[in-house]
Design a protein around this ligand. Structure first.
Ligand code: ADP
Ligand code: MG
Length: 488
């Protein structure tokens, strides 16, 4: 396996190199808004959760929410960025029905998080995407176009919800790489507990800036696909966009910088507006907010409370538990998975077997039922006990699967009681097993002769007969041993 960081080796598309930079809006999981005490809870009646500050009504003043800043610091530390000791809030001026105050408070020239990187694996290759910045800003309201009898409604509940906008360098070279970066970032913000990651509710949404060029040529003009809220849509949208741009270039037509929307029903991207430049927004420092000053002591306090990061934890699982790299990556795909793995491992002392169950049976069922591991009906300690009972020879692997089914179905969480109730105990009584072996040998003279004549298949048939006679409770290894002994 290659561990080299190869940033620019993606295959060309129809002879063109794809260039992608992502801007991600992660909604910060604070209880109140970024500059007011209004609630951020999702799903309230429209227009019940925007207060006078969120709407910038005359006479109100915004006050920075410390919890939002702290989440930005946590993110900055996790990606190895510089946490700016002083950053500035600016007004980004534009009109839109869901932004009646006419400006969005954001950060422009001096953002709170500067630089940093996100590392992830694309197949066997380790990738690094460099971050330009991450800045704090407020969200706008929402336009509602459905269920309004042909009219649009405005819901301002979301106005003032804290966002961290995370901007990458144009480092990605394929749709697949952009998706893997987005997945890694999504896992990281949830791991850090700064964002709930709920993409259906819009808590994590990406804009993909896409351009193409001939290898070695300067960057092409980009178009920005707005508001991608699923990884599948991101993949489809970028692939469509890349082909659309190549078609145009091949037809001798220019690419105009534009903002485009992806339509999941048609799988196409369509221009929404030609892209504004920064100067169109007339950014200026917000006179209502002082500079955001972050003292080194604050950064250190946040650092001291940081959880172990997924990369470090995966390395630990490889080093201390002997897990293969793929298993370690899987066991750290979410904090809940890591907690589950560690609890089961501690209880049974068999890391690789725990990883096998988590990656196999458990993932399969969680995926099928659309659940996450914290909602697994099989507690980590029950899985550990089940593994222990396979290891000490109490049950066979086949029987273990039956016990697992029962655990999953919620019949009980007591593994030993289930083994007992279902009569799944392996036959460890050598005397009883010897008796069955002798009976099988006596009743299957043809197979015995064939085996003695050198036919391996005949031996397997005998093993099968013994297993059947024991109703699956015999220990296959023991059956093999006994048969060999008896047949000489
Ligand atoms: P803006 O301020 O207009 O949003 P930026 O220069 O900050 O533009 O870039 C926004 C995003 O576009 C960044 O993620 C950046 O990496 C990406 N980007 C810039 N140039 C290109 C390009 N030629 N092709 C693809 N992505 C690009
Ligand atoms: Mg932008």
């Amino acid at each position: 396996m290659s561990t080299a960081t190869t940033a620019h080796t993606a295959a060309l598309v129809r002879g063109y190199e794809v260039v992608i930079g992502l801007e991600t809006h992660a909604q910060l999981s604070t209880r109140s808004k970024i500059f007011s005490g209004a609630s951020t809870a999702f799903g309230a009646e429209p227009n019940t959760q925007a207060c006078a500050v969120d709407l910038a009504l005359p006479g109100t003043l915004p006050v920075m929410n410390r919890a939002a800043v702290e989440r930005a610091i946590r993110f900055g530390l996790a990606v190895g960025a510089k946490v700016a000791p002083l950053s500035i809030f600016a007004r980004k001026n534009y009109f839109y029905p869901d932004l009646p105050k006419g400006y969005q408070i954001s950060q422009y020239e001096i953002p709170v998080v500067q630089g940093g990187r996100v590392e992830f694996r694309l197949g066997e290759v380790r990738k690094t995407v460099h971050l330009t910045r991450a800045h704090l800003e407020e969200d706008a309201g929402k336009s509602l176009h459905e269920d309004y009898h042909g009219q649009s409604g405005i819901d301002l509940n979301r106005a003032g919800t804290p966002l961290l906008e995370i901007v990458t360098e144009p480092d990605m070279r394929s749709a697949a790489e952009a998706v893997e970066y987005a997945r890694a970032l999504h896992a990281l913000v949830m791991w850090l507990d700064i964002c709930d990651g709920n993409m259906q509710e819009g808590s994590f949404r990406c804009d993909a800036n896409v351009s193409v060029r001939k290898p070695g040529a300067p960057f092409g003009t980009r178009r920005e696909i707005k508001n991608l809220n699923s990884f599948r849509f991101m993949q489809q949208a970028i692939e469509f966009e890349v082909n659309w741009q190549i078609d145009r270039i091949e037809d001798g037509l220019p690419i105009e910088q534009a903002t485009v929307l992806f339509n999941p029903d048609t799988g196409e991207t369509r221009a929404m507006r030609t892209k504004e430049d920064a100067h169109d927004y007339r950014y200026f420092p917000d006179p209502d907010l002082p500079p955001l000053v972050i003292a080194p002591e604050w950064v250190e306090r946040v650092r001291a409370a940081m959880p172990e990061l997924p990369g470090a934890m995966a390395e630990r699982f490889q080093r201390d538990d002997g897990l293969p790299a793929d298993d370690a990556a899987m066991m750290t795909q979410s904090l809940a998975t890591a907690r589950y793995y560690e609890a089961a491992r501690d209880a049974c002392g068999a890391p690789k077997l725990v990883a096998n169950w988590v990656m196999g049976e458990i993932s399969k069922r969680l995926n099928a039922e659309g659940r996450t591991i914290d909602a697994s009906p099989v507690p980590a300690v029950a899985l550990a006990r089940l593994i222990g009972r396979i290891q000490d020879g109490t049950i066979s692997n086949n029987a273990a699967r039956q016990v697992f089914d029962a655990l999953w179905a919620g019949e009980s969480t007591d593994v030993d009681a289930l083994i007992e109730a279902k009569g799944l105990k392996q036959m460890n009584d050598t005397g009883a097993l010897e008796k069955i072996v002798d009976e099988v040998i006596a009743a299957n003279t043809k197979s015995v002769e064939e085996y003695r004549a050198g036919k391996e298949k005949a031996f397997n048939a005998l093993v099968g007969q013994v297993m059947k006679a024991s109703r699956g409770k015999a220990n296959p290894a023991q059956v093999n041993e006994l048969l060999k002994l008896r047949l000489g």
